[in-house]
Design a protein around this ligand. Structure first.
Ligand SMILES: C[S@@+](CC[C@H](N)C(=O)[O-])C[C@H]1O[C@@H](n2cnc3c(N)ncnc32)[C@H](O)[C@@H]1O
Length: 505
């Protein structure tokens, strides 16, 4: 059997970590958009619906030992894998439930401050969506926060027929699903070689197919080969959630907070003329053509007064995520490349290089205070949107300890799988991406595993892992050794100090 209620059930999904789902990431966008964040320094509750292999949930549970995390998925292998990681990392605050969304009412769950679902709403039937909304209605605390990440229109308008083509072809084949997926990818590859009017009329579809065709077949199975695959306009989702008394608050993607980084001036002017929030979002979707929306909904969440928001913004801290020497006073946004004024950005970056600072602390430095609080806040917003900095906390000893246990269990797995790419930072209360070789170098450093060149060389060879440089696979021993030494040099001078600062090493 391939499907359970129309959803691919006998193929495991791939690991995935989604930073926007994190309690502190959600709080940060809520605060920026003028909503009171959920206090995270006391016990709070969090639930993820359709958690897949549970990578996001486990990592967040590790960063927030004070939170109580629950996750639900009806795929037994997913729940076993996710609980296995929680057990190995001794995360007593993460509970995984094997259950169908239709049976959520039967589970002994508390009320939640956060309910999240990523990559679920578009992929299940209308009935299951009703179950989800009903669950949220019953189990979300007053003031609770819901995250829903779903496939959106019109971003899919040109590419959606590809999914129809692939699934229709797969339906004509009799073989296990993974094999049918392989065949349908091969079939579209053949069609693409020909002068098809569809590809000519929709050039983005060709590029999109090039992008998806090498992806893991397990990923493609869950992404495209379910019975249900519904693309939503924002207004439809707003209507669904209104039945649970929820209103749209903001997007979870930080960059979406600043129209000036996404849209041209004439576009911003049109947006500013639109007072209806749903219409504004709809027009933004037409302007950006994004395929995936990350909506945050709330019920009765307190709106901050300007003074309350200012107080909280002054207290929020930021950590630098890039090596100081790589900061080139520019950043690329959807609107294009933006030059960042050295007189404003240099002192901020220099201070953040020393250590994480709150806006308050930055303003205590005379060379920064003289630039004006409004300019500093705007610079912090631009740096956050560019992901050069992230909100950071002074981590509790408990969170340092539990992130360490989680990271150790992930690094132990790195000996036999390249699947995990994120470690937990108790400072960022989120994940840090490391390539597999970088993870091996960290293991070598932490376990005093000997000479890093030999350590890395042996593991790469034993796992037949191919190193690449500028998209080309390195074949000769000399090239591989030179690349390994470059990696070690970069790891020691740039990555390790940064991992230490973020509480990962
Ligand atoms: C596309 S995956 C997304 C997984 C994860 N949220 C992520 O983004 O990596 C959708 C998940 O929802 C689960 N799912 C689908 N229908 C479900 C149902 N009716 N009840 C419970 N889980 C379901 C699937 O097993 C799968 O793990």
């Amino acid at each position: 059997m391939d499907w359970k209620d129309g959803y691919v059930a006998d193929i495991e999904y791939s690991n995935g970590f989604y930073p926007e789902l994190g309690p502190s990431a959600l709080n940060f966008v809520l605060l920026m958009n003028g909503f009171l964040p959920v206090p995270l320094d006391r016990q709070f509750t969090y639930c993820e619906l359709g958690c897949g292999l549970g990578e996001s949930l486990n990592l967040f549970a590790a960063c927030h030992p004070e939170g109580r995390f629950h996750a639900i998925d009806f795929n037994r292998e997913h729940i076993q894998a996710a609980s296995g990681i929680a057990e190995r990392a001794r995360l007593s605050n993460a509970t995984f439930w094997e259950a169908d969304f239709a049976d959520l009412g039967d589970l002994p769950l508390p009320e939640f401050d956060f309910i999240t679902l990523h990559g679920v709403y578009s992929w299940v039937s209308n009935e299951k969506r009703k179950d989800i909304v009903e669950f949220i209605k019953r189990r979300l605390k007053p003031g609770g926060v819901v995250y829903n990440g779903y496939n959106s229109m019109p971003g899919w308008a040109a590419n959606a027929p590809l999914r129809q083509l692939m699934t229709s072809y797969a339906d004509t084949q009799s073989a296990p699903l993974l094999e049918r997926i392989e065949r349908s990818v091969g079939f579209v590859e053949r069609l693409k070689e020909l002068d098809l009017s569809y590809f000519n009329a929709n050039p983005s579809a060709g590029a999109f197919f090039e992008y998806i065709s090498p992806l893991s077949r397990n990923y493609l199975a869950h992404e495209f080969f379910n019975r249900d695959w519904t693309l939503f306009y924002h207004a439809d989702v707003v209507k669904d959630f209104a039945s649970a008394d929820l209103m749209f608050a903001c997007s979870a993607r930080f960059i979406d907070f600043r129209d000036s980084l996404r849209f041209s001036k004439p576009m911003q002017q049109i947006l500013n003329e639109i007072t209806d929030p749903v219409m504004r979002e709809t027009v933004k979707d037409f302007a950006s053509n994004q395929q995936f929306r990350t909506d945050i909904f709330t019920w009765d969440r307190l709106r901050l007064t300007a003074n309350e928001q200012k107080e909280l913004l002054l207290a929020s801290r930021y950590s630098l995520l890039i090596p100081r020497e790589t900061f080139a006073f520019e950043a690329t946004f959807p609107i294009g490349r933006k030059q960042l004024r050295p007189d404003l950005y240099d002192p901020i970056i220099s201070a953040l290089e020393e250590r994480a600072h709150s806006l308050d602390e930055l303003l205590l430095r005379p060379e920064i205070a003289s630039l004006g609080a409004v300019n500093i806040l705007e610079a912090l917003i631009v740096l956050s949107a560019a992901e050069y900095i992230k909100p950071a906390v002074d981590p509790s000893p408990e969170s340092i300890e539990s992130a360490w246990r989680y990271n150790t269990s992930i690094m132990e797995r790195a000996f036999c799988t390249t699947d995990h790419q994120f470690l937990a930072s108790p400072v960022l209360q989120g994940g840090i991406r490391l390539s597999w070789p970088q993870m091996l170098l960290l293991i070598c450093e932490l376990t005093k595993g000997g000479e890093p060149e030999t350590f890395l060389w042996e593991y790469l060879r034993a796992n037949d892992y191919k190193l690449e440089k500028e998209g080309v696979t390195l074949e000769s021993g000399d090239e591989i050794r030179a690349e390994i030494n470059l990696m070690i040099e970069k790891f020691n001078t740039q990555q390790l100090p940064y991992l230490q600062k973020l509480g990962v090493a």
